[in-house]
Design a binder for this molecule. Sequence first.
Ligand code: ZN
Length: 157
Amino acid sequence: MGEWKSDESSVRCDWVTIDCTRNHLCHILVVQEERICKRCGRGIEWRKKWEKVWDSIQYCSDACRRQRVNAVDRQLEECIVRLLSQCASHATICPSEAAREVFPFAWCDQMEEARMAARRLVAEGIIEITQGGRVVDPSHAKGPIRLRKSKNFPPSC
Ligand SMILES: [Zn+2]
């Protein structure tokens, strides 16, 4: 079971109606731990149909479940971490810089993969996604994003 976290953004609450006694419907507040898709790194919306299997939901969609995370996706994550480790703490990089390194000839087609890798690193807590210098919600950020180290970024040797 998930544990209580002081950071409110990591939990969400849903009112669920249950039939607690005969002819009596009761509304209870269920605390849902936020789930992040293991492939695209976006928050997974809680759905009623997943009520009983919520603890086992790992992917946001069939597409993500089919694709999973492959060796190239890991390479993109490593590349982002390596590029940032060479930067000053508040310097930012564009996800395309990692895409260009991993796919020198077809990086344009891999931008979404690079953004997914960035979101997974945000879920791990080691980087932040920014727009206009402000940290943004990785699930809903639209348009160009920049990446920078979070305070939990592993110290470089
Ligand atoms: Zn997903």
